[in-house]
Design a protein around this ligand. Structure first.
Ligand SMILES: [Zn+2]
Length: 67
């Protein structure tokens, strides 16, 4: 069984294995229930980045379900 990494409910950042707190928004809830994996390289040129309000390159989840 593959364990899903956590994703931040605030900025949608996909966290590294074993990490359960977003380094950018430590007080935000995280969830392993998320869908849509995107890698954003150029946030200023990406429509998805604009939609997710992402301004830093990285790995993101399109949708995060926070309980
Ligand atoms: Zn975050």
């Amino acid at each position: 069984m593959v364990k899903m990494p956590f994703s931040c409910g605030e900025c949608h950042l996909v966290l590294a294995d074993g990490v359960d707190q977003c380094p950018r928004c430590p007080s935000a809830p995280v969830s392993s229930d998320w869908t849509g994996y995107v890698i954003i390289v150029n946030p200023e040129r990406s429509e998805i980045a604009k939609r997710l309000q992402v301004d830093k390159p990285g790995r993101y989840a399109l949708k995060v379900n926070v309980r």
